[in-house]
Write a protein that binds this ligand. Structure first.
Ligand SMILES: Cc1cc2nc3c(=O)[nH]c(=O)nc-3n(C[C@H](O)[C@H](O)[C@H](O)COP(=O)(O)O)c2cc1C
Length: 211
């Protein structure tokens, strides 16, 4: 009898634990917060390819970023042929580390964006060289990285714009139009090592009401 009671208690405890975990992981706010806090740069990969449907969702996340005047200046070149990687990463000090990524996304920006004039949002579209595209592209790139994290993949934002030596070989190799710049190069793959996110929370950086 004592044995049965002990077993029952163990089963009930296990069930309670499972329920608790489930509650924690299904709360949408917890899930989103965990994903953001877990994002980290990953620089070593197994070499496995990324399913096309996963890649499409990652790009969908990138394209859902906010942009000034909703101009969406982005385009993406997805590379899976590893023979192209050497040229693409030619200007990067971590080049060797990225050779085993399953895909590389070159995130491009059209720097001459077309949008309605600011003083007349309903007026005819105008083409302007507006530096706000850089902010748009930052939001887009971070969205992409968060989607990568959500799929259990790893990625690293690597700089391209505004470095002429890094951009030139990429522009040439990919045949980018004159007004399009390669903004960032993001290798994506299945992590081959454990990667720990950095805890960057610093309450001293927060000011309420005034500095
Ligand atoms: C604009 C930008 C450029 C970056 N360029 C590189 C790069 O060229 N090579 C690299 O290994 N990491 C690069 N990183 C990744 C940073 O080193 C990394 O985000 C930073 O160390 C913080 O680490 P975490 O991403 O793991 O939080 C870049 C990140 C940003 C936002």
């Amino acid at each position: 009898m004592k044995k049965v009671i002990l077993m029952l208690a163990a089963v009930l405890t296990m069930a309670a634990c499972c329920n608790k975990q489930e509650t924690a992981t299904t709360d949408p706010a917890d899930v989103v917060m965990q994903n953001i806090l877990n994002r980290k740069s990953v620089r070593s990969y197994t070499g496995d390819t990324i399913p096309a449907a996963v890649m499409e969702n990652i790009l969908k996340a990138a394209m859902s970023a906010p942009t000034g005047m909703d101009v969406r200046p982005w385009s993406f070149v997805v590379l899976t042929d590893k023979s192209q990687y050497e040229t693409i990463f030619a200007g990067n000090f971590n080049m060797k580390k990225f050779m085993e990524s399953g895909a590389v996304v070159v995130i491009c920006a059209d720097t001459t964006v077309t949008r309605p004039p600011r003083d007349n949002p309903d007026g005819p579209a105008v083409t302007v060289d507006d530096p706000i595209w850089r902010d748009d592209m930052g939001a887009c790139t971070e969205n992409l990285l968060l989607a990568v994290e959500a799929y259990g993949l790893g990625a690293c934002w690597t700089a391209c714009y505004p470095f002429p030596d890094t951009m030139k070989p990429v522009k040439e190799a990919l045949g980018l139009p004159a007004s399009v710049v390669p903004y960032a190069i993001v290798p994506i793959g299945y992590p081959s090592t454990e990667n720990t996110p950095k805890d960057k929370w610093d309450p001293a950086r927060v000011h309420y009401d005034r500095w």
